[in-house]
Design a protein. Sequence first.
Length: 863
Amino acid sequence: MVVGATICQAQDLELNDREYFERQGVNVLVFSNSFNGGFNDEKNSGIEIIHHGVRTVQGGAVRLNNTPEQWDLVPKTVSRKVDREKGSIEVTMRYDDYDFDSRVVVTAKGKAVEIAVWLDKPVPEKLAGEAGFNLEFLPSQYWHKTFTMDGRLGRLPRYAASQTITRPNSEKPRQFKGFKTYDDRGTDRFVDPCPMETGHSIVMASDTPERMIRISSDDAELKLYDGRMLAQNGWYVLRSVLPKGKTGKVITWTVEPNAIPGWIREPNIGISQVGYTPEQPKVAVIELDKKDKVQATAKLMRIKDDGTTEVAFTGDIQPWGPYFKYNYVKFDFSGIQQPGVYYVQYGNTKTNNFLIDAHVYDKITDATTDVWVPIHMNHMYVTEGYRTWHGEPFKEGYLQAPESDHFDLHRQGPTTDTKYKPLELIPGLNIGGFFDAGDFDIETGSNINVVQNFIRTWELFKPLRDETFVSQKQRYVDLHRPDGTPDILQFIEHGTLNLVAQAEQIGHMASTLSNSVLDNYHHLGDAASITDGLHYDPSLKPYEVSADGKCSGTPDDMWAFTTRSPQLDLRAATMFAAASHALKGYNDDLAARALTQSKRLMQEATELIAQGKTGEEFDWIDGFDWENRAQQQKPDKKRQKLIERSRKNRELLGDMATNLMLYSATQERQYLSNFEQQIWDALELRLEANMQTALDAVPYMDEAYKQKLRPYVEKYNAYIKSFDQNNPYGVPIGLGNWAGVNMVLNYGITVNYAHIYYPDIVKKDEIYRVANWLFGCHPYHNYSFVAAVGAARPKQVFYGNNRADFSFIPGNVAPGLLFRKPDHFENFDDWPFLWGQNEGTIAGNTQYIIFGSSFKNIVNKEK
Ligand SMILES: [Ca+2]
Ligand SMILES: [Ca+2]
Ligand SMILES: [Ca+2]
C-alpha cells in the first residue's frame, strides 16, 4: 500500500494523548496491556484492536507457538517507547527462558499501521521455526465470516475442525514453569495445528465492514490458524514465522482495519433489567459516543395490555459528562409509579421492556440459592430433572502434595507440616466443600468465606427456603426437590464437613485441595471425570489398572496443599465457632466437632503467631486500597501513631472482626470488649473498609455504641454520595485485572446495613445503586450480570464449568466490567472465556446472597 507522504487526512490513524492509534471506529493499542496478568496468557495483551467499539483483536507479539495456550510462555515487556514525531510505538520483549529479545515497532501509515519485528541477534537455535509474530482474532466476532487469502475464498468456521499433526515433545517450547497442558497418552508427542490458509495478503471478514481487516506482508508468509484445535478458549491466529539466522527488520506487516465512514456507536441505555419498584428512583444512564449529538429528551413508553404502546413520560436529558472514552447523560423517570410494562426510547434506540411493579425483586436470589450453589457442591452426585450436572467427583480422595509450585497460585513448601509422606493418601478429605469457581478445586479460604456468608444470611434473615434435596448418606443432590430442611442449613453443613475433615485429618487447614497435573486442571466437562476415581499406584505403568480394579498408574489424583498458615487456621477457628452455633439442633455431632476444632486451632494458631510464624492476611489498618486500586498515601504523624496503636492492639487482642464473630458464636463478653477497643481507630484509619465490621456489631452492642457510630455513618453517607461525582453510575468501579463485582457487592451490603440501622442518615433511595449496576445499568451493554436473573435480558455466557457450551449456570454473578488500559471497559456476552469479566466464584456468589437478602429485606419491609 502506498501512502502519499504529504496527505494526512482527518480519517488517518493518529497517535492520541492516551498513547494509542485512533481514528473514528478504530483503536490500535500497542502494549497498553502487557502480558503480566496473574495467569499467564489471559488473552488480554500485546497489540490489540478495538474495532467499532469491540476489542476483537489482541495477542499481537512475538510468540513461540502457532496457537499459544494459556500456559505457553508469554514475553516480558522490557520497554515501551512512544515516539510522537515518528508516530510510532516500540516495544522490546524478552523470553528469559531462551535469552531471546525482540522488538516490535508499530507506526501509523495513513489508514493502516505498519507492524515491524526487529532482531538484534538471530532467533536462538532452539526457537528457530517456532518463534513468530502472532496476531489473534476473537472467534465469536469472526466465525461465519468470509475471508480471502491471495484472492482465494474461505469462511471462518463456527467450530474447530481443521487439521493437526503430532510432533515429538522434544520440539515443543517449554510451557509455564515446565507444566504440560496436555496428556500425550504415552506417545511422547504433542499436537500442533496446521494452517487453514497461507499467503501474503488476507482480508478478514470481507463480508462485514465492522470487522473487516486487511493484512499484507511482502517479506513474510502469513499463516492462518484456529487456536481452538488445542484449547476451547483459543482464538484465530494469524502468524509469520521469524526467519532463521537474520537480524534487523525481519518481518513487516501492513494492517488496515476498515472504518465505516461516519460511524457512531449505538447509545447504550443502562436500565435495570429486573425492573423497578413503583416508589424507587429510576434513572437510566446513557453511554454515548464522544461524537454523538446529545438528544434533548427521552421517552418512557408503556406497553398496554392490548399490546399497543403509549408515551408514559417525556423528560429532559441531563448531562453527566465524560468518563474514560465515552460521554454520559441521564434520563430520570422516577415520577412514573404506575405498575406496568415499559421501555426507554432515546432517539432511535429502544431498550427491551422491563417491569415497574412492587414485586420485581422478590426472586433475585432464587437462581443462586436453588441452582448455582447446589451445582457447586463437591463430592456429591448432582441432578436436576432429566439432567445430571455432575457425578460424584474425586472418589479416590486426596494425596499429600509433595513440594511443588502450582498453576493456580498455590505452592507446597519444603515440609508438609503433616504426618503424611508426599503422595500418601490423606484419608477422609473427599467430603463436603464447594467448587471454587469455573474450576473444581476446594480453595480453603474461599470455602471459609462461603460458610461465613451462609451463616450471616441465616443468622440475620433466617431464610427457610427449601428447594434442594441433599443426602450426605447417598452423596446425592436433587434440585427443585424439597426435603424438609432449609437449604441454607444444608449448605452450611456441606461446607463445614470438608473444613472440619481438613482440621481433623491434617491437623490444621490445607491451603487448597487442588489438581496435581495441569492437564486435568483445565477440565471442561463432568467433574466426576476429572480423575479416574482409582487410587494412584506408582508401581503400575501410566494408564494401567490393577487386577482388582481399584488402582491405576495414572497420576491424576488430587493433592492437598498443606503448608500451615496460622492466619488461615485462625479464620477457620472463627468460622467453626459460628458454624457450631448455627448447626446446633440440626447436626449436633458436626456442631460439636466444629467447636472442638475451633478451640484447638484457636489456641495453636495464637501460639504459632506469638512465635512469629505469620502468613499473609488482609490488612484493615494500612492495606491495599482496593477501591482506588492504589497504596494509601504516606501517612502523616498522627496517622502513623494510629497505625502503630492499631497494630499493637491487634497483636494483643486478636483481629477485631474475628473477635466479633467469636462473640456472636460464644456470647463471651471478652470478645466484644476486644472488638470495641479496636473499632474506633479502625474507622479513623479506613472508614470505607471498616464500616461493615462496625455495622455488624450493632445487634450486639448498646445504644451508646450506636450513638458513637452515628458521625461515622454520616461520613459514610457522604462517601456513598461521592460516587455520583466519581462516575456516572454511582458505585465504586474497579480498574483491576479482575473486574470489580466483589467490591461492588461489599459496598452494596454495607449501604444496605447502614440503611437498616441508620435509616435517617442513609436513605432508602441509596440502596438501589448496586442493584441497578448488577442488573443492567452499567457501561458497555445493559445486560444483567446475574445469570438468568433480569427478566428481559440477562447475560447469556459465563465462565462457568460449562463455558465450552457458551452457556451459564443460573444464578452466577459475573465479575462484570473489565477495564482495559487506558480507557476501555468491556464485558463480552458472546465469548465466555475471559475469567476476569465472566467467571463467578463461590465466595462472590454467596456474597451476592447476603446482598440480595438484605436488599429484599429492606424493599419488602414497607410493602
Ligand atoms: Ca481455583
Ligand atoms: Ca432442602
Ligand atoms: Ca486416580
